[in-house]
Design a protein around this ligand. Structure first.
Ligand code: ADP
Ligand code: MG
Length: 566
């Protein structure tokens, strides 16, 4: 007797369904995508018990003929592509022809649909992949799909479903994404008979207010940029409106929502260090690229995508985000006493600085950016002394400032390093320095070589087990060998998975190691140099890790502490 058998069709169907239909939210996602592909103007999503009991998605799209409605439930039956070449230029959300058959394999499904040309509509009942009924019914144009008792025939999968609350929140998340991606559509979400949101056709910002709430909409900054073949537009929140996770970040690629680390990262790096550690912004960003520059066929549920040129994407997104932030003269809020911000604002207004970006700034050249930030450096300060060998105390026209000498110096070195990288400035060593590193360390240097070279190192192979350094970053004040050894052990300790984070880590390490430390007595001259350099920083308010560099105690705050005012 043979041990191997070919699986029966219904088992195969159930296995395949697992790829597309993981949970109620994936059903909702597929059905909304179908409605959008069918050009619906209005989509109504209703569900019960976290979608485990029932999900109904109703649209006013193009609908289907009786013949197509039956075909739609066949695996790999689609109206969206015809041949392999079409895969290169997909403009619809679906194309695999897998959603309906997959859903039907693991639930009780009813579909009512009518196309423009037909007088009567079609009703199909299908359970566990088996068509039970096909009949003519009267129906409005469009399609309604009801999905009942998900996983009723796959108890093992059913067990893996989470609580009603958890499944509910996933469904809300999915629908939120689509509601944000398609402001021109009317999207209505109803849970157990209660409206979650109702977003009629509106402009982008209004739509954000409908879906995410007025509060968030108010904090949003417009992002817009076109470069090469990449177009990006939408909104990002100011750095003081953040969340402890990425759930506020909504990114769409060619109208398809994606949850891609690489894209989240690009947006976050656009904030440079305006965000505090472990804080994530809100954003609603639409990225458009020609369909042949992106592969959406990476994941069956199509949540990640693959770009032909990731670097270009990263560059455009990062720039777009940064440019939206610049005119806002943003100082991170949480760590600076509230009064000071008022004070700073007053100062700015006294200097008659524009609160809105000047029209001329629309096309920003690097020089203009410098100038603009120039207006917003720290106030002039006069040194009073150093306390605890760690903090510089200074006075400014409005009060007292405390500066964390290490954080400040890190910031200064960090920006200097970034500038030198932009300008490709390095220190040439008079004679190449031969390093005595272990075999493992040398291998690691090769592994990170590209990023190390971006920062300003240049290596050459020397002997079998040796490596020589020719150039080092401008700000490196430590012994090269010692520095590299520490850096490698740090990278090892953090076990980097993402290549994109290596460069940042190297930059921060160069900036941090060799910076003035805490518990280090400083001469007045040294302190003066720190303050003057800090004032010239683009973002003097935080260190590269997001800690504050300076705290202001203004007159009002001091008076309050002495209870002179209430
Ligand atoms: P895909 O979307 O990948 O083509 P599906 O299984 O989701 O595969 O749907 C199969 C086909 O059924 C679609 O190609 C489309 O022609 C049709 N269809 C599905 N949902 C709708 C809808 N809401 N309105 C009109 N046609 C639909
Ligand atoms: Mg589909």
């Amino acid at each position: 007797m043979s041990r191997i058998i070919v699986l029966p069709k219904d088992v195969v169907e159930k296995i395949a369904a697992g790829e597309v239909v993981e949970r109620p939210a994936s059903v909702v996602k597929e059905l909304i995508e179908n409605s959008i592909d069918a050009n619906a103007k209005k989509i109504r999503i209703e569900f019960w018990r976290g979608g485990k009991k029932e999900i109904i998605v109703k649209d006013d799209g193009i609908g289907m003929s009786r013949e197509d409605a039956i075909l739609a439930f066949k695996r790999h039956a689609t109206s969206k592509i015809r041949s392999e070449e079409d895969l290169e230029k997909i403009t619809t959300l679906g194309f695999r022809g897998e959603a309906l058959p997959s859903i039907a394999a693991v639930a009780k499904v009813e579909m009512i649909t009518r196309s423009e040309e037909d007088i009567v509509g079609t009703r199909i009942v299908i359970e566990g992949g088996e068509i039970k009924k096909v009949e003519s019914v009267s129906a409005p144009r469009g399609t309604t799909v009801k999905v009942k008792d998900l996983f009723y025939n796959t108890p093992a999968r059913k067990k893996f479903l989470k609580s009603v609350a958890a499944e509910t929140s996933q469904i809300i998340e999915v629908v939120t994404k689509y509601a944000l991606a398609y402001p021109e559509k009317h999207i209505l979400l109803i849970n157990e008979g209660k409206e979650v949101f109702n977003a009629p056709p509106s402009d982008d910002l209004e739509n954000i207010a409908y879906v995410l709430g007025i509060d968030i909409a108010k904090s949003m900054l417009r992002v817009e940029r076109k470069e090469d073949y990449v177009k990006i537009e939408g909104y990002i929140s100011k750095p003081d409106k953040t969340l402890g996770n990425r759930s506020g970040m909504h990114i769409f690629v060619n109208g398809r929502y994606v949850r891609d680390e690489f894209l989240y990262d690009s947006v976050i790096s656009g904030y440079r260090n305006l965000l505090f550690r472990k804080r994530y912004p809100y954003c609603v960003l639409r990225v458009e690229v020609p369909p042949d520059k992106v592969d959406v066929n990476v994941h069956p549920a199509k949540i990640t995508v693959k770009f032909e040129d990731e670097e270009l994407l990263r560059k455009v997104i990062t720039k777009a985000v940064w440019e939206a932030l610049i005119p806002q003269r943003l100082t991170p809020k949480p760590d600076i006493p509230a009064k000071t911000r008022v004070e700073v604002k007053r100062e700015i207004q006294a200097k008659k600085l524009p609160l809105e970006p000047k029209p001329a700034l629309k096309e920003k050249t690097p020089e203009r950016i410098e100038e603009f930030w120039g207006e917003y450096r720290l106030p002039p300060m006069e040194i009073l002394g150093q306390v605890e060998d760690t903090y510089i105390v200074a006075k400014y026209s409005g009060g007292i400032a405390l500066i964390d000498q290490h954080a400040a110096h890190e910031r200064i070195r960090y920006e200097k390093l970034l500038r030198s990288m932009d300008e490709k400035k390095y220190q040439n060593l008079i004679a190449p320095r031969v390093l005595s590193l272990s075999k493992r360390e040398i291998e690691e240097i090769y592994q990170y070589r590209e990023d190390l070279e971006k920062v300003g190192f240049e290596f050459e192979e020397f002997g079998e087990n040796t490596i020589a350094v020719r150039k080092i970053p401008v700000v490196l004040t430590r012994d090269v060998e010692e520095f590299l050894r520490e850096l490698l052990s740090e990278l090892r300790r953090k076990r980097f998975v993402k290549k994109s984070e290596v460069l940042d880590e190297i930059v921060k390490n160069v900036a941090c190691r060799g910076a003035i430390k805490a518990n280090e007595p400083l001469t007045e001259e040294k302190m003066r140099a720190i303050l003057s350099d800090l004032r010239k920083c683009e973002n003097p308010f935080t260190c590269p890790h997001g800690r504050p560099t300076v705290i202001f105690l203004d007159k009002e705050a001091i008076e309050k502490m002495f209870k002179r005012t209430v």
